[in-house]
Design a protein around this ligand. Structure first.
Ligand SMILES: [Zn+2]
Length: 82
């Protein structure tokens, strides 16, 4: 048995529309995320991640080590290449 959420009338199990008030018995989702919501939430997540990256970069700066120039020759200026 399916009870109508609007009028409380008890309908047969396989009915889709209430016999008394003609309203649909199937519960529709109250809210569906749309593309705007996704863009907003994903943008927020990316912003938080990027912010976190720079924050950690700043906070952990004393613990970072410089790579020796021997293993990163592309970072060196041309004048040092023999
Ligand atoms: Zn009803």
């Amino acid at each position: 048995m399916t009870k109508c959420q609007y009028c409380g009338f008890t309908n047969k199990p396989d009915t889709k529309i209430c016999k008394k008030c003609n309203k649909p018995l199937v519960l529709e989702p109250l809210w569906k995320p749309d593309i705007k919501w996704y863009l907003k939430v994903l943008g927020l997540i990316y912003l938080v991640l990027i912010g976190l990256f720079f924050l950690l970069n700043y906070l952990l700066r004393p613990y970072m080590r410089k790579l020796p120039s021997e293993i990163t020759p592309w970072l060196e200026r041309n004048e040092q290449v023999k």
